[in-house]
Design a protein around this ligand. Structure first.
Ligand SMILES: Cc1cc2nc3c(=O)[nH]c(=O)nc-3n(C[C@H](O)[C@H](O)[C@H](O)COP(=O)(O)O)c2cc1C
Length: 344
């Protein structure tokens, strides 16, 4: 029903408008008595496999990737969809509008998206309140909530660590794990933080803060699919040195190789990160490489181009412990997380 009735209707709207309209609509109908019960019945995974990792108990292996619910506005709804964990953010210390519209584009021929959102978000303070509210309202709910943190656009790279520290400290009481995002292509200069020295400084700094806590929380690093072998090796060295818990692989790609979408259309869309099917293999290769080099003690969350249980299994076979989806949810609809979590 989603692909043949709902999706064609929503695809009439601009992608960003469709995103918020759909989510707000679903959020609103959940107030009708019985609707939550019904949706849970339809979407909940059958016999999901829970897993214990990094000291956390994940009710299943399928998570919502960062960027979909940046401000934690749809936690209840995502829980109903059957996700075992949700990564909110990327959040920055201060609210920011992100890049000018339009900044999100569909590539239906490739089952892909291009975005240059630029970390539009309402800032860390309201996010802390929303997660806290959810956890207080549903103290028994096993949903794991990770926080993906970034820097404000106006913060220079030299001062970036301070931004990550602010969000880390504020979110510490409510988030279950953290993801350090230095791999989004839409904040100028951000990806240079993936270089050896700045990355080592940033992660050592955060891990030091973490180690001061009575109960430190897992910190993971989100990486790009476009890294060279040297960059991967540098990152592996830093992960081992700083003893962070693992990596999220991968973010969107800046490449435009082998797409079915017309070159003219791609040119008119312009810059941005490409997600969905075209990033699938690159992300799987990165997962394989990191698993091989890191051994089995580090956690890898596999993300990029998952739109079926076969795709999800491919990521697990490559070495991922957990998977996440974003673009697949847009093309396949809200039943996808439950379907994946029933299979892997
Ligand atoms: C519109 C959009 C916004 C995104 N925003 C973020 C973000 O804020 N932070 C982040 O780490 N990744 C962000 N991502 C990347 C996704 O989390 C994911 O890593 C990437 O899209 C690959 O997965 P997919 O092919 O399942 O979409 C965004 C992706 C899309 C499509």
């Amino acid at each position: 029903m989603y692909k043949f009735i709902v999706r064609p209707f929503f695809f009439l709207y601009s992608p960003e408008k469709a995103h918020y309209t759909t989510m707000d609509l679903l959020h609103t109908i959940c107030y009708i008595p019985g609707v939550k019960w019904l949706l849970k019945k339809i979407w909940a995974p059958k016999n999901p496999k829970s897993i214990s990792l990094m000291g956390l108990n994940f009710p299943n292996k399928v998570g919502l990737a960062a960027g979909f619910d940046k401000d934690g506005r749809y936690l209840e709804l995502m829980d109903l969809m059957g996700f075992g964990f949700i990564e909110v953010g990327t959040v920055t210390p201060l609210p920011q509008l992100g890049n000018p519209l339009p900044r999100l584009f569909r590539l239906p021929k490739d089952q892909a998206l291009i975005n240059r959102m630029g970390f539009n978000n309402r800032g860390v303070d309201p996010l802390v309140k929303r997660i806290d509210l959810f956890k207080k309202k549903y103290p028994e709910n096993p949903l794991i909530i990770g926080a993906n943190i970034g820097k404000n656009k106006n913060t220079t790279n030299e001062k970036a660590t301070q931004d990550y520290r602010i969000s880390f400290e504020k979110l510490f009481p409510v988030a279950d794990y953290f993801v350090v995002n230095v791999s989004s292509p839409n904040t100028p200069g951000l990806r240079t933080l993936q270089e050896k020295e700045p990355l080592n400084d940033l992660l050592s700094n955060l891990q030091y803060l973490n180690d001061q806590k009575v109960n430190p929380k897992p910190i993971l690093l989100k990486i790009a699919p476009d890294l060279t072998v040297e960059q991967c090796d540098d990152i592996i060295e830093i992960v081992l040195n700083t003893k962070i818990s693992g990596i999220v692989a991968t973010n969107t790609t800046i490449t435009r190789d082998n797409l079915l979408t017309d070159t003219k259309d791609l040119e008119s869309i312009g810059l941005g990160g490409l997600s969905g099917k075209p990033v699938k293999d690159a992300s799987t290769k990165i997962i394989q490489y990191f698993r091989q080099k890191l051994g089995k003690d580090f956690v890898i969350i596999g993300v990029g181009g998952i739109s079926s249980s076969e795709d999800a299994q491919e990521k697990i076979n490559a070495g991922a412990d957990l998977v996440q989806i974003y673009t697949g949810l847009i093309y396949e609809g809200p039943a996808l997380p439950g379907i994946l979590a029933s299979k892997i």
